[in-house]
Design a protein. Structure first.
Lengths: 133, 380
């Protein structure tokens, strides 16, 4: 992919996108009940509180929950095939992502993966995952 | 329950080159004619897909003021939801005769998008769309990948869903694939890969089409044109919009929806003579069957093997040919109801399931997002 146009953050997610400039992957953590969640929200889905949420740096380690190689892109300028996956972060939440660094079909459920980044607009970046070296 | 479906119809299907409101007018007037009713009998409308005020827009077009309307959006299962709401409205005395309808011209209009429709304000727009998943296909593909991996099945067994649907469609003159050849495992596996492990043959059609059902009180139903088909039970679950919220991709909200509906109807799995399951993708069928409790986790592909769900089999499923081979206008749930009613009336010709008395329509919307069950029975 060439440089990605990434979405504008809002009052909840701006910090998350800003952290990608430093190549840090954040997850939301609730000080009230300890729930870790993604995507970021205005409230904790564990206890419903709106005022207990803070950020925690994810370790960048995860496991492939499932994946699919996509052969027809929704955008004419995206190169196919590419691999879409659900990765379960070591911190608990599942994220939607891409798997990179291997052939699109060369993946298996349960594979251990680590964080990588695709550069995007305004110095920000999109978190993706690759096999542990 | 004290309401019944008394009229059903399809609008024109396939490639129509007609506008949505023309197709809606066909569906509504044909369903009313089927019931022996007219527009002046209708005091409630439920629909979607006709604009920002769906039921109001349709009411305006038909020239009727309603006492009750429903414009809920819940993807392709919403017509099962609307029948449940209609029964409640009739029970409550708010309306007596309600039409639930839908039509789409998505194939003629070439309006279907591979990336789906993701609204800008949603978390999905920020945290999923940048990765370019096909929506909804890639979610179902990941569910299929997980399912086949966990239970050690191969794609050939999953292909049976598409093969059986084609056999039913070959018996249904209204089906898009009516004149088509039978499918083989090789045809399904060898079709163009879209989002692995799903090929084009694992994915539903993209066609125009739609239909309508007329719901009225059991009392009013007694002296109409066709034998009433009673709504015996309903249930629903609404689970997720994002691709990451649900922990286990292989278990769906159909579990709770069907359990509630079966309990309300007082039926067991063995009572179901015909099952109309939303087959958006081949994988939708085994996951829905297991979640509904027709078989255990990982067992569905053996459960449907050996022709059991094909014409003449002892577990008739998707008897119209389904979304895979009959018609898929984007939101197929309305046509699950139409086929279920016709089977219970004995109107299905070559594809008729002999002696069918109880049918279940199991709708699914979005990415296994909404799950709506309707249990129907021959009036006693």
């Amino acid at each position: 992919m060439s440089e990605l146009t990434l979405p504008a953050g809002d009052e909840i997610t701006a910090d998350w996108w800003a952290a990608t400039v430093e190549r840090r992957l954040l997850v939301q953590e609730c000080r009230e009940c300890g729930t870790v969640q993604h995507p970021p929200r205005a409230l904790c889905t564990g206890c419903g509180h709106m005022d207990g949420l803070g950020w925690r740096d994810a370790s960048g380690r995860g496991v492939v929950d499932s994946w699919t190689a996509v052969y027809r892109s929704p955008r004419p300028d995206a190169e196919v095939p590419y691999t879409i996956a659900r990765v379960r972060l070591a911190e608990g939440p599942i994220v939607l992502t891409r798997l990179v660094g291997s052939d699109a079909e060369d993946w298996e459920i349960g594979a251990e993966v680590v964080l990588d980044w695709l550069p995007g607009s305004e110095g920000r970046a999109l978190p993706v995952f690759r096999r542990e070296a | 329950m004290s309401a019944a479906i008394v009229g059903v119809a399809e609008c024109d299907l396939g490639v129509t080159n007609l506008s949505v409101l023309t197709l809606q007018a066909q569906a509504v007037t044909r369903a009313l004619a089927d019931a022996g009713l007219s527009l002046s009998d209708v005091d409630g409308l439920a629909t979607t897909g006709t604009g920002r005020f769906p039921a109001t827009q349709l009411g305006d077009y038909l020239g009727i003021e309603t006492k009750w309307s429903d414009s809920t959006f819940a993807g392709g299962s919403v017509y099962e939801l609307m029948v449940a709401r209609a029964v409640q409205a009739i029970d409550a005395g708010q309306a007596e005769t309600i039409v639930v309808s839908f039509a789409s011209n998505q194939r003629s209009a070439r309006s279907r998008k591979l990336g789906g429709v993701i609204e800008e304000h949603t978390p999905e727009a920020q945290f999923e769309s940048p990765y370019d998943p096909l929506q909804p296909i890639s979610y179902y593909a990941m569910a299929a990948q997980q399912y086949l991996h966990r239970y050690g099945h191969d794609r050939a067994k999953l292909a049976e869903v598409a093969i059986a649907a084609r056999e039913w469609a070959r018996l249904n003159p209204a089906a898009y694939r009516f004149g088509a050849d039978s499918l083989t495992v090789e045809d399904v596996l060898g079709a163009r890969m879209i989002s692995s492990p799903l090929t084009a043959a694992d994915c539903c059609l993209v066609t125009d089409g739609g239909g309508a059902v007329v719901v009225t009180s059991t009392e009013r139903a007694r002296d109409l044109a066709k034998p009433p088909i009673e709504v015996l039970g309903y249930g629903e679950r609404s689970t997720n919009m994002s691709m990451t919220l649900v922990d286990d991709l292989t278990v769906t909200g159909a579990r709770g929806a069907a359990a509630d509906a079966f309990a309300r109807a007082g039926i067991t799995h063995a009572d179901v003579d015909v099952l109309e399951v939303y087959d958006s993708f081949t994988i939708s069928v085994p996951l829905t069957l297991e979640s509904m409790g027709f078989c255990g986790p990982g067992e569905a592909l053996d459960f449907i093997a050996d022709g059991r769900i094909r014409p003449g089999g002892d577990f008739p499923l998707d008897t119209s040919g389904g979304g895979l081979s009959y018609c898929h206008p984007g939101q197929f749930g309305i046509l699950l109801l139409v086929e279920a009613v016709r089977q219970l009336r004995g109107e299905c010709g070559d594809r008729q399931v002999a002696g069918a008395e109880v049918a279940v329509a199991q709708g699914t919307g979005g990415i296994f997002s909404t799950h709506n069950t309707i249990v129907l029975g021959v009036g006693r």
